[in-house]
Design a protein. Structure first.
Length: 193
């Protein structure tokens, strides 16, 4: 998919979740937009071609630390949980690993051989850099909010800490004020009958 720099700016203003998929383009346009392997990124003419990443990377949150970008995504019922990715240019991404080595540490019902909680594991997390460490916060729909931190986004990540055991809450956003006080902002989705 090709984007001009202006279009990229508009996408950045919309948010990291804005993607154009080849399947929604007419087949002739989609074929023309699919670059040969290894030729994505800056095309040298003011346009970009997005890479294809092997995985389901939804609910992005992204930060910049120095000249590097780090993103995390939902992983639902899959381990490692809370996928962590790295980029130098916001176009080419490399998967570094996950903030949660095994989602069954959150709850035994997330075990792949039971499939009792498929899709109800790691949801819409956030990554931040504070006090020389990388912090990830996320929730599950039923167990509540969790966090981990690491000196490097590639890990090793500290064991999970249960921040708040609750249900019906989502989309954590950690924030540290200038005085060092930390806050966690979230959304609430009451269950309907």
């Amino acid at each position: 998919m090709e984007f001009t720099r202006r279009q990229l700016g508009r996408l950045a203003a919309i948010g990291a979740g804005a993607l154009v998929l080849p399947g929604v383009l007419p087949s002739s346009r989609a074929a023309a937009a699919t670059p040969p392997a290894g030729t994505w990124g800056d095309q040298g003419d003011g346009s970009y071609v997005d890479p294809v990443l092997p995985g389901d990377f939804s609910d992005w949150d992204c930060i910049r630390v120095g000249t590097d970008y780090y993103g995390v995504t939902s992983t639902f019922g899959y381990s490692p949980g809370m996928a962590v990715l790295h980029s130098k240019d916001l176009v080419n991404w490399l998967a570094l690993g996950g903030g949660v080595d095994d989602v069954t540490r959150i709850g035994p019902l997330l075990n792949w051989d039971r499939m009792n909680r498929y899709g109800r594991g790691v949801w819409a997390g956030a990554i931040r850099y504070h006090a020389g460490r990388y912090w990830v916060y996320f929730n599950t729909p039923d167990e509540g909010f969790f966090m981990s931190s690491a000196p490097s986004p590639a890990g090793p990540w500290d064991p999970l800490t249960a921040v708040w055991r609750t249900s019906g809450w989502d989309d954590p956003c950690p924030f540290w004020d200038d005085d060092g006080q930390g806050y966690l902002v979230t959304t609430h989705r009451p269950r309907t009958a």
